[in-house]
Design a protein around this ligand. Sequence first.
Ligand code: GDP
Ligand code: MG
Length: 290
Amino acid sequence: MKSGFVNIFGKPNAGKSTLLNALLGEKLAIVSSKVQTTRHRIKGFLTDPGQYQIIFSDTPGIIEPRYKLHEKMMMNVKSALEDADVALLLADANDNKEENNLLFSNLKLKVPSIVVLNKTDKTSKHKLAEISDYYAQQHYCKKIVAISALQKTNITSLLNAILEFLPEGEAFYNEDDLTDLPTKFFAGEMIREKVYELLGDEIPYHTAVIVNEFKEKETLVKIQADIIVQRESQKAILIGESGKMIKQIGTLARKDIENFLQQKIFLELFVKVRPKWRDNDMQLKEFGYH
Ligand code: GDP
Ligand code: MG
């Protein structure tokens, strides 16, 4: 039996969350085309009973902190650096290789690292060969695997590469468990994803979601959540003309949560203003950013 922590690192937008979902065959981490969507460290377990248990971690993209929220995000990256048994260094194959190389070397990982080249669905063969040669020369690189997380190409090869480096050990978690985070957390994330999807460039970064009520009733689950913003003007945009925007967020989020829970839900959303919450320790804690 093999078991261990396999943590995914990379720049914002490299496809870390998409990769976690592809590896698990389940949508656990929210994804968007905007950078810095992921704020937490999200663990997902992949178990083949008697064979292996891999504890994957998606992490926020590595950035220079500008607010306390960013600092909390980078603490999540730090904790993932500390407990990794195997590191997946994820690079968008079309991205600047020197920049990625600098970031990967600066992590100073002491565990086997697999360089994973992503988005090969939009990379030429020539380019892929060139960057593979480049990464093969880097001291941290034990292996290179080229994938498309979006199209789920070569995920099995990646899994086999991971198993080569995974240490011997017993399972840490129950073989049926998918994650150690509460369902309530994922409900909040799915709401946050819709804010990233539907609203312009600025607002998502000023937004947090807090799930106040998650009650399993006989025929459905009742969820009440607040969407937090920093300013009244943002609240007005989130609500939209005669409530159109908040309704749309609610409808899309409800569908995703129902899909995830395989159960009917009743979702109630409120928008609240909390000025400067991103720099307020008490509020960061209240909104789940420890
Ligand atoms: P993260 O910030 O590293 O977690 O990146 P996400 O997983 O949120 O993905 C960022 C964007 O890249 C999203 O729009 C994804 O759909 C897209 N993406 C991820 N993987 C691939 C891939 O293999 N091919 C293509 N074309 N796009 C991808
Ligand atoms: Mg992400």
